[in-house]
Design a protein around this ligand. Structure first.
Ligand code: IVH
Length: 671
């Protein structure tokens, strides 16, 4: 390999290592090795200035590499736990602790949450520091990000100690994880492999609004304070509930080995009904005096241990790996296996999520694979039964061409995934974009769903977004399944979508990496489409929430003349291509939290939310004790009403809201 080839190789390799470290949170090489390779690349690039590249990993040092978080020292080391895997080992643990106590003792049995551990420090009832475990002695200061997790209290209640450390686990509920992965792959990002990686990656974001947008929860399980004379661990957990922490209700004080084993058996099945992943049970001596007496080993306390459940596994033969093409052209591998029963269902497909997973498994054709079912609906392949690999098996490699349209697949610099570049000619991409355009959260054209888009497309009526606005009632009538009434409704729904705000349109047109949150930020900074289309890379990167990757994607989107043409067509149909003045019309609703429920005759729900926000109010999605008012329209759900009444939250109508704002307020739509 000559020096130039080495530069290319190192760039690719270091990009991948960055990704392992920052995105997957599972570094493959050590810091020292990483630094050495980075130095080598810096030196080679200096020797070959003709190969300069702003996307080289060397150009990112200082922003996105080392030192992105301040390191902080833990007040007391964050230890890990010894593991046990059998009832015998559990019995041996119970024996040990009873011997130390000189008699039978109580042990708390808790669920072992499968997330990332966190330390939270509170001074005078205020969250002052949140840190990851790191190496146990020092961790990353992630305070700004932790503040965005709703189940981490920022202010304590009740009779809390003036200085307190709480330890617990940051988790991503399985449903939220699946939805997030769906959204990520939808806008062109690779999926996270499991909720734990997703939680870890989300906590280690440089921009805390990204963390805020992730569905994270926090469960606390350990109280550290010198200001209380707690005698028992369980007593400290109960006290912490009163200070505002979320403590799992599922821990149990066990008085004998039998009770411990019963708890283990009971939760082996019940844990699958929990909203988040658990991978075992944690046993802790309840008597804090005895904990003190037993002390610690270098790595873990002697007074606690973890019992790990065996994940349910099955072996099956890999038949083939197929590839799905998303609307952004990203290609996702799926393993197809011989059907095998596993944890109550027959499994025949497993998502491989991304190329790195295929590489890590070193998957070969004809392999016998080990499939596991965690909490997720879709099972995953966790290993290969190597002795059963057939002779002559070849490694599974990504196809070179798109399985749908046959055009060359490209792995872009710094990207892990492969993409089909045939933007205007690859059917799943075109269809995917057309479907995305009408979906909820985008242009929200309720009358037109996936099936209808397919019909419109296959009948040659819609190929571009603008084509939707060319449709006539007669066009719909020419399609199977449409009557006069439904055709008119569909036509009207499309016409109404022209009123949708600019940020919705920015999301709907499907720029890679531009999800709804990014679209909102873009609309705030680049208040009309022309400013956005003409923005330079520098201006884009300067904007809030926009990194290099998103900026490049926006630039290449608008560099495409067909996309510019599409915008012009949408303009000619009268769509909203600029942000209407909604910013702080007043601060009449400042400090108040609203929940909007039901339908309103005079105003759309989105417009109503925008109106509240424009006047300084906050809009939440579910009613809690923090909600100040529920704005109720027609058909407000009975359970919502009940909850509001139970919590004593006032229910108001639209007229009362208008009175609170005082006078005539314009909404986004008619401003
Ligand atoms: S107690 C000194 N309790 O498991 C005791 N840990 O394998 C420290 N974990 O680093 C931990 N659920 O991240 C404890 N109920 C629980 C837990 C729990 C999950 C994690 C924690 C710890 C790891 C050890």
């Amino acid at each position: 390999m000559d020096e130039k080839q080495r530069i290319i190789y190192l760039r690719d390799y270091l990009h991948e290592q960055n990704r392992n470290y920052y995105v997957l949170n599972s570094p493959v090489i050590g810091d020292m090795q990483f630094d050495q390779l980075m130095q080598e690349l810096t030196m080679l690039e200096a020797l070959h200035p003709e190969m300069a590249d702003p996307n080289s990993p060397t150009q990112r040092v200082g922003s996105d590499l080392k030192g992105q978080f301040t390191q902080v020292e833990h007040e007391r080391p964050m230890l890990s736990l010894g593991n046990t895997y059998s009832r015998e080992e559990v019995a041996a643990f119970y024996d040990r602790v009873c011997t130390a106590a000189g008699g039978k003792i109580d042990v708390t049995a808790e669920l072992k949450f499968d997330g990332v551990s966190i330390s939270l420090v509170y001074d005078n009832g205020q969250l002052t520091r949140a840190a990851t475990r790191g190496d146990g002695v020092r961790g990353d200061d992630v305070t700004a990000n932790a503040r965005t997790i709703k189940t981490i209290p920022l202010k304590l209640t009740g009779d809390y100690p003036s200085h307190l450390e709480m330890r617990g686990e940051v988790l991503m509920p399985i449903k939220g994880f699946e939805e997030m992965n769906r959204q990520r792959t939808d806008i062109g990002y690779e999926a996270f492999a499991n909720p734990r990686n997703a939680a870890a990656g989300s906590l280690k974001q440089r921009v805390s609004s990204v963390t805020a947008s992730r569905p994270l929860d926090c469960m606390l399980y350990y109280v550290l304070t010198d200001e209380r004379d707690f005698k028992r661990h369980s007593e400290s957990l109960e006290a912490a509930k009163g200070w505002g922490f979320v403590i799992s209700p599922n821990y149990r004080l066990c008085h004998s080995l039998q009770e411990i084993l019963d708890f283990i058996d009971e939760w082996d099945t019940k844990r699958h009904d929990l909203p988040y992943d658990t991978d075992g049970i944690v046993l802790k001596v309840d008597d804090l005096g005895l904990q003190q007496k037993m002390g610690l080993t270098a790595k873990s306390p002697r007074w606690a241990t973890a019992y790990k459940y065996k994940a349910e596994q099955a072996h099956s033969k890999l038949l083939e790996v197929t590839y799905q093409v998303g609307r952004t052209g990203i290609v996702t591998p799926v393993a197809n296996m011989e059907p095998v029963p596993l944890a109550g269902t027959i499994v025949k497909r497993a998502s491989l999520h991304n190329l790195s997973i295929i590489r890590e498994l070193d998957l070969h054709t004809g392999d016998t694979v080990v499939v596991e079912k965690g909490g997720e609906i879709i099972p995953k392949i966790v290993g290969v039964d190597l002795p059963l690999r057939p002779s002559g098996a070849t490694p599974i490699d990504f196809p070179k061409t798109c399985p749908e349209c046959g055009s060359q697949l490209v792995r872009e610099e710094g990207e892990a995934g492969y993409y089909c570049q045939n933007y205007n000619g690859c059917k799943p991409q075109i269809l995917g974009r057309l479907i995305h355009y009408v979906e909820r959260g985008a242009m929200d054209i309720e009358q037109i769903g996936e099936k209808q888009v397919e019909l419109l497309y296959t009948n040659g009526l819609v190929k571009t977004f603008a084509d939707y606005y060319r449709l006539t009632v007669e066009d719909f009538l020419s399609l199977p399944g449409y009557q006069m009434k439904s055709a008119q409704k569909a036509y009207e729904a499309i016409q109404q979508s022209k009123e949708k705000p600019y940020d919705r349109l920015l999301f709907a047109i499907g720029i890679r990496y531009v999800g709804s949150t990014v679209a909102k930020s873009l609309a705030k900074t680049f208040t009309d489409i022309d400013t956005l289309m003409n923005a330079t890379e520098e201006q884009l990167v300067d904007a809030q929430d926009i990194g290099q990757k998103i900026a490049s994607s926006i630039l290449s989107f608008f560099a495409n003349s067909e996309n510019r043409q599409m915008i012009e067509e949408l303009r000619s149909f009268g769509l909203n291509l600029s942000q209407k003045a909604v910013e702080t019309a007043s601060d009449a609703l400042a400090g108040k939290q609203f929940v909007v429920s039901g339908v309103f005759e005079t105003i759309g729900r989105e417009e109503l939310k925008a109106l509240i926000e424009a006047n300084g109010g906050k809009v939440g999605s579910s009613i809690s004790s923090k909600t100040s008012f529920v704005v109720a329209g027609e058909n407000m759900g009975p359970s919502k009403r009940e909850k509001a009444e139970k919590l004593g939250v006032q229910i108001i109508g639209i007229e009362e809201l208008e009175k609170m704002i005082g006078g005539e307020q314009k909404t986004e739509a008619d401003a």
